[in-house]
Design a protein around this ligand. Sequence first.
Ligand code: ATP
Ligand code: MG
Length: 469
Amino acid sequence: MKEIPDNIVLQTVSEVALKLQKPVYVIGGWVRDIFLDRPSSDIDIVVVGSGIELAALVAERFERRRFLKVYKNFGTAMLNYQNYEIEFVGARKESYREDSRKPIVEDGTLADDIKRRDFTINAMAISLNKKDYGTLIDLYGGMEDLEARIIKTPLDPDVTYSDDPLRMMRAVRFAVQLDFEIEKKSFEAIRNNAHRLSIVSIERVMDEFNKIMLSDTPGKGIRILRSAGLLKHFFPELEALYGVEVMDSKAHKDNFYHTLQVLDKLAQRTNDLWLRWAALLHDIAKPQTKRFDKEAGWTFHGHEFVGQKMVKRIFKRLKLPMNEKMRYVQKLVLLHLRPIALTEEIVTDSALRRLLFEAGEDIDDLMMLCEADITSGNPDKVKRFLANFEMVRTKLRQTEEKDRLRNWQPPLSGEDIMNAFGIPPSKEVGLIKTAIREAILDGEIKNDREEALVLMKEEGKKLGLTFKG
Ligand code: ATP
Ligand code: MG
């Protein structure tokens, strides 16, 4: 049995509770993580009495009264101290209605409170009471399940998941975060209750989904989400990637497994959530663009364009940020085939310049995505493809050194053009700007002000404008 580590928060809570004469325990994630050797700074305290009253006294002891957040409606309070986030709650009993995951709550005993917890491994408590400080209270075999690495509910899983369907997402999330197995009975109960996910707000579902995305093996998590029947209820586009079609005895690859493989490969190289999202969505439009051609076999022409459009719709529906994060994912989806085109023997400088210009700051992320996109089972092929990409990287580097297009700013601004010809903002300004940009990307002029000025004069003349100097 493990000693609980010396901890200023737990000791203080213990002293305050002794004065209050109320039984108090640390419970849930913190207890689980102590036994898993993943020390955590989230501490959940449960008291048989008022969580808010206890929290207020603890806050006073820490001289943090002003920072205490009280949620009267929930009977909970939250305090930050050092790097700890401490949540206080009074022991409670919960009962559920059919149409909502929000329970009816009444005061209860410690046993009632343990009973309402989602998983046995999350339902262990440690006493902070003077008489038995440090004693583990494990009413549902949490320790055994922790050792066997099993996700299991304390009560009947059918009832547990139906009461609060978010727990199904949490089961998958913990399975992948901790590398645990969901117990068979639990898994079946999830399959039976998967449709109940519809009563959970999409924000909560996505909180869990993004935790899966940030785990070491997000692809594995998504595979479980599908086999548990959950995925289709909030992410039908991803589900649609699943499966293989055969024509003239030619099969295309299963885009679901391919995508998850790319995602897991990329996850080994980056913790960036949005780059991982780009991997998740890079082939999302393959089902829509799939055609079979007698000669060419299976094709997915334009899936990068259609995919880019789908990104926006998907982000909107899933209530993900509609800001530069979304545009970044769109950009990578749109460009994910471009580096492949650059692996050809003969590549024009103009093609290299255009990619640098369009990818901008994100060129390295794009290359990382493309390298992860190689999922061939043939090691020779993989080696060859990677070598090709290395060559592309070199060429891009050379072009960048020469032309500095990564953070390209036009050598002449709209303002410059308006002043030069004494004209107001107008279509002509845009036309001239575009002509200059295209000439630079095509390598007709250098990326500098002098050559741009010459071209500007010529273009202005064509448009009937008089150069004023
Ligand atoms: P992490 O902080 O890594 O997400 P955690 O186990 O601490 O893991 P929290 O969401 O912080 O998870 O919840 C704290 C505790 O509250 C859990 O350990 C569990 O006992 C309980 N809990 C949280 N959500 C639910 C739920 N939907 N149903 C039942 N119990 C829950
Ligand atoms: Mg927690």
